[in-house]
Design a protein around this ligand. Structure first.
Ligand code: ACO
Length: 325
């Protein structure tokens, strides 16, 4: 069976910053409340004419400039997003059109904040099965366009960004060691953005196209589920937490990550996050955290890393990987 590994990374965030001080002028909130409850100081916001595909293209350009090989033989583009430019065509097709690669598949993945880890899991499956050789897994979000800036309970949380990872066939070292997944569709109504249908699980949906969440319930679900699945994932790979170099949970909220770590034997100092200066960027948060660590010289080739995406659905995918570059 073929093996797959991550061989390149690129990220992009819009230049406009939305600080806690800016939010104090928009809703009844304070820097102290936001920092204490979430660990966030600022987020990046796309301008009016910038959409998710524009951010994804910039992230791929960044990857391209840092990668020694060619991307002309990419044979699949997977884009994780919940804020696609159009209902269709997909954002992946917009990225393909920009770069002009013709012999490639292109599709979007809708798994909210778990989109990046779902995308990597699918890329690993497509490569190890022998069907594909080189897959771009991109995450891109313009959450500011679907955030209700009159709702202080959500508008302080979200930001915009994009990130890309290249997954390639490798005949020597397996880059993907183990995975866990789970879904609780019965919790769909605690975090949603309505589409064509305005009822879900017997609940009348609100929000007029903006994101709606019951933050407290989402927090409780994540703090209960992720520590349990952290242990299951280690068992799956036959590893102990001491053999893990880094834990990269979805950067939804620093306090939530602390609460997850308190329930595992893993020290918070060995988590990689992006929440402080980017806010919650949904599917992008993990790739931003990885890139910050690469640039800081913390994340190194062959280190063992746990990625854990979780979010609306409710759904999650955790992956144990060997960092490949
Ligand atoms: N500023 C000041 N006060 C606020 C704000 C704000 N921005 N937002 C809420 N409050 C108030 C509430 O009105 C409430 O006041 P009350 O006691 O007078 O009624 C009080 O703060 C406490 O509200 P809670 O919602 O209980 O606050 P909590 O401690 O749970 O923190 C938060 C809220 C930060 C949203 C938290 O629940 C959370 O982070 N949940 C997880 C959210 C999340 O991560 N969602 C995404 C996950 S998946 C994905 O990324 C799509």
């Amino acid at each position: 069976m073929s093996k797959a590994k991550i061989t390149a990374i690129g990220t992009y965030a819009p230049s406009r910053r939305l600080t806690n001080a800016d939010l104090e002028k928009i809703v009844d909130t304070s820097d102290e409340w936001i920092v204490q409850r979430t660990g966030m100081k600022e987020r990046r916001i796309a301008d009016e004419h910038q959409f998710t595909s524009d951010l994804c293209i910039e992230a791929v350009k960044d990857l391209k400039s840092r990668y020694e090989g060619t991307l002309d033989d990419v044979d699949m583009i997977l884009v994780a997003t919940t804020t696609s430019d159009y209902a269709f065509p997909s954002t992946a097709c917009r990225v393909q059109d920009y770069f002009g690669w013709e012999n490639t598949g292109a599709l979007d993945i809708n798994a909210t904040c778990a989109g990046l880890t779902y995308g990597l899991h699918l890329a690993n499956g497509l490569i190890t099965s022998g069907l594909h050789r080189k897959i771009l897994v991109i995450a891109g979000e313009t959450l500011s366009k679907v955030t209700d800036y009159t709702d202080r309970t959500t508008c302080v949380l979200f930001g915009d960004a994009a990130g890309a990872l290249l997954v390639e066939r490798d005949e020597e070292i397996p880059g993907f060691l183990a995975f866990v997944q789970g879904t609780s569709g019965n919790g769909g109504d605690i975090l949603y953005r309505a589409g064509l249908r305005n009822e879900l699980n017997g609940v009348q949906l609100a929000g007029s196209g903006k994101m709606v969440q019951n933050g407290r319930e989402v927090y409780k679900w994540a703090a209960r589920t992720i520590p349990r699945e952290f242990e299951r994932l280690l068992q799956q790979a036959g590893l102990t937490s001491g053999e893990l170099d880094w834990f990269v949970p979805h950067s939804a909220n620093l306090r939530m990550i602390e609460s997850i770590c308190e329930k595992t034997p893993f020290p918070i100092e060995k988590t990689l996050t992006s929440v402080e200066y980017y806010g919650n960027t949904s599917s992008v948060s993990i790739v931003l955290a990885l890139d910050l660590a690469v640039k800081a010289g913390k994340l190194k080739k062959d280190q063992t890393v746990m990625l854990f995406g979780f979010g609306g659905g409710l759904t999650y995918t955790g992956l144990l990987i060997k960092w490949g570059m």
